[in-house]
Design a protein around this ligand. Structure first.
Ligand SMILES: *[C@@H]1O[C@H](CO)[C@@H](O)[C@H](O)[C@H]1NC(C)=O
Ligand SMILES: *[C@@H]1O[C@H](CO)[C@@H](O)[C@H](O)[C@H]1NC(C)=O
Ligand SMILES: *[C@@H]1O[C@H](CO)[C@@H](O)[C@H](O)[C@H]1NC(C)=O
Ligand SMILES: *[C@@H]1O[C@H](CO)[C@@H](O)[C@H](O)[C@H]1NC(C)=O
Ligand SMILES: *[C@@H]1O[C@H](CO)[C@@H](O)[C@H](O)[C@H]1NC(C)=O
Ligand SMILES: *[C@@H]1O[C@H](CO)[C@@H](O)[C@H](O)[C@H]1NC(C)=O
Ligand SMILES: *[C@@H]1O[C@H](CO)[C@@H](O)[C@H](O)[C@H]1NC(C)=O
Ligand SMILES: *[C@@H]1O[C@H](CO)[C@@H](O)[C@H](O)[C@H]1NC(C)=O
Ligand SMILES: [Cu+2]
Length: 412
C-alpha cells in the first residue's frame, strides 16, 4: 500500500456569521471587522474548541518517513505562527520558489503566503498536535486568540497517549520571532541560478498607512473618535473603479483610472514617530496607477507608518515574483539600509510581511506586461484602500506584448 507523502494544510478563519455579512457590516459602519470565532486547519477548528473533536483533521505517517507539508495561510485578516509538537520543520520553498533549507521549530506565515516544509517522522510513535495561532503585534487590537490543531498520527502497534502534546508556539506578540524567521529565509541561486537587479531604473518608495475619514452627515462612523477607518499607499486611499482597469488600459478608454501613482511619499514626516499630527491621518481618495516600462528594474520600498496605528502588512504583487532584499524597523534610510540588503541569495516570493513600524524592500525586473494588482493581503486593509496597480507596458518583441482578451470572455 502506498500513502501520500504530501500534505496540504490550509489554515483559515471561521465566523459563526456569514462572512459576507461580516464584510458588509464593517464597510457599512466604518469600524473594524468582527474577529473570527475560530481558526481552522483543513476546515476543522480542532480539539481545543468545544465543537469539532470527532472531526479534527488527522494525518497518518509511517515512522521513519519524510513528508512534505504545503502550508497555506488562507485567513482573511491574521498572520499566523504554525508548529508541530516535538518535530522540526525544514522550509524548502516559499511562495512556490525553492529556498535554502531552513530548519526551525515554528514558521510564521502571512495571508497569501505559502510554505513548503519537510517533516521527518522520526519521533516516538504517538499522536502529536500540529497547531496554529495568531501573530498580533498590537496590544490595543482585539484578535482571535484561539489555537487551531490537527493531529499527526504515527501508524503502528502502540497505545497512544490520550492527550497529545501541544507545540510551543511563539507568543502572540513575538515580533522578534516573526522577523527572525522571515529574515532567515534565503534563496537558492546556486542550484536555480538567478540575478538580483543591481542597476535599478525605477525606485519607488511607498508608505502603507492606516487612516481615518471624518464623519459626513448621514454616515455611520464607528471608527476611532467617530471617524471611518481607511487605509492608503502614498496617502492615496484606492477607489476601485466600476469597470475593469485592464480593459480600459487595453482599449485605451479614458476616465477609468489616473496614472500618477507617486513614486515617493508626497509628504515626508517621521513615519514611525510615536505621536503624529491628526491632520496627516486623512488620506486623499484616488484611482492612481503606476505605469512601468517593460524591462525596467524596480526597487520598491514599503514603509509602514504609525498613522492611526502601526501594524504589520503582508504586501502582495500579482503577475510576478520578486526578490525580498531587506527589512528593518523604523524609517527606511537609503544610504544606511541599502548596505544591509541581501543581493546574493534573497528569496523569490510574492508576498512580503512588512514589519510593524518598519519597512521591507523588494527588487525585480518588470518582464510580464499587463495590469497588476499590488495590495495588502489583510482583507480589511484591502477593503479600506491599501492598494494600487502597476501597469507594465509592452516590450518591443512579439512575445513581450499583452495578449488580447479571449474570444469567450464574458461581458460584465
Ligand atoms: C459583530 O459583533 C457584534 C458584537 O458582538 C454583533 O452584535 C454583530 O451581530 C456581529 N456581526 C456579525 C455580522 O456577525
Ligand atoms: C530541531 O532542530 C534543532 C536545531 O537544528 C536541533 O537541535 C533539535 O534536536 C531538532 N529537534 C528535532 C525533534 O529533530
Ligand atoms: C483570549 O481573549 C479573551 C477575551 O479577550 C480572554 O478572556 C482570554 O484570556 C484570552 N486567552 C488567551 C489564551 O490569551
Ligand atoms: C507581549 O505581551 C505580554 C503579555 O501581555 C507582555 O508582557 C509583553 O511585554 C509583550 N511583549 C511585547 C514585545 O510587546
Ligand atoms: C544601468 O541602466 C541604464 C538604463 O537602462 C543604462 O543606461 C546603464 O548603462 C546601466 N548601467 C550599468 C552599470 O549597467
Ligand atoms: C481622538 O481624538 C483625541 C483628541 O483630539 C486625540 O488625542 C486622539 O489621539 C484621537 N484618537 C485617534 C485614534 O485618532
Ligand atoms: C522618529 O520617531 C521615532 C519614534 O518616536 C524616534 O525614535 C526617532 O528619533 C524619530 N526620528 C527623527 C528623525 O526625529
Ligand atoms: C494626505 O493628503 C491629505 C489631502 O491632501 C492631506 O490633508 C494629508 O495631510 C496628507 N497626509 C499625508 C500623510 O501625506
Ligand atoms: Cu495592511
Amino acid at each position: 500500500m502506498s500513502y501520500p507523502c504530501v500534505l496540504f494544510l490550509l489554515i483559515g478563519e471561521w465566523w459563526k456569521s456569514e462572512i459576507i455579512d461580516v464584510q458588509e457590516e464593517f464597510l457599512r459602519t466604518g469600524g473594524g471587522p468582527n474577529i473570527s470565532d475560530a481558526l481552522t486547519i483543513n476546515g476543522q477548528p480542532g480539539d481545543l474548541y468545544p465543537c469539532s473533536k470527532s472531526e479534527t483533521f488527522k494525518f497518518n505517517v509511517d515512522p521513519g518517513k519524510t513528508y512534505l507539508l504545503r502550508i497555506i495561510n488562507a485567513a482573511m485578516n491574521v498572520v499566523l505562527f504554525f508548529s508541530v509538537s516535538k518535530h522540526n520543520l525544514t522550509v524548502v520553498a516559499a511562495d512556490a520558489s525553492y529556498t535554502k533549507p531552513l530548519t526551525r521549530d515554528y514558521i510564521c506565515i502571512a495571508p497569501g503566503q505559502t510554505v513548503d516544509a519537510l517533516l521527518h517522522a522520526n519521533q516516538e510513535p504517538n499522536n502529536y498536535y500540529m497547531a496554529a495561532r495568531v501573530y498580533s503585534s498590537l496590544p490595543v487590537l482585539t484578535f482571535d486568540n484561539t489555537t487551531t490543531t490537527a493531529r499527526l498520527h504515527y501508524r503502528g502497534n502502540y497505545t497512544p497517549t490520550s492527550s497529545p502534546s501541544l507545540p510551543k508556539l511563539p507568543y502572540y506578540n513575538d515580533t522578534k520571532a516573526a522577523y527572525n524567521y522571515f529574515g532567515s529565509i534565503k534563496g537558492l541561486p546556486k542550484r536555480y541560478p538567478y540575478k538580483v537587479p543591481t542597476n535599478i531604473t525605477s525606485h519607488i518608495v511607498t508608505t502603507i498607512s492606516l487612516n481615518s475619514f471624518p464623519c459626513s452627515e448621514g454616515q455611520i462612523c464607528e471608527g476611532p473618535n467617530r471617524t471611518r477607518l481607511a487605509a492608503s499607499m502614498n496617502n492615496i486611499s484606492f477607489q476601485t473603479p466600476r469597470s475593469s482597469i485592464l480593459e480600459a488600459y487595453y482599449n485605451h478608454v479614458n476616465g477609468v483610472y489616473d496614472r500618477e501613482f507617486p513614486s515617493f511619499p508626497p509628504f515626508i514626516f517621521n513615519f514611525t514617530a510615536e505621536y503624529l499630527p491628526l491632520d496627516l491621518e486623512i488620506p486623499r481618495r484616488g484611482t492612481n496607477v503606476k505605469v512601468i516600462k517593460y524591462g525596467s528594474t524596480l526597487e520598491v520600498v514599503f514603509q509602514g507608518t504609525r498613522l492611526l496605528q502601526g501594524i504589520d502588512h503582508p504586501m502582495h504583487l500579482h503577475g510576478t515574483s520578486f526578490y525580498f532584499v531587506g527589512q528593518g524597523f523604523g524609517n527606511f534610510d537609503k544610504d544606511k539600509d541599502r548596505k544591509t540588503y541581501n543581493l546574493v541569495n534573497p528569496p523569490l516570493i510574492n508576498t512580503v510581511l512588512v514589519p510593524i513600524n518598519g519597512w521591507a524592500a523588494i527588487r525585480y525586473r518588470a518582464s510580464n506586461p499587463g495590469v497588476w494588482f499590488l495590495h495588502c493581503h489583510l482583507e480589511r486593509h484591502l477593503s479600506w484602500g491599501m492598494e494600487t496597480v502597476f501597469i507594465v507596458k509592452n516590450g518591443k518583441e512579439h512575445h513581450q506584448k499583452l495578449l488580447p482578451p479571449p474570444p469567450d470572455m464574458p461581458p460584465c
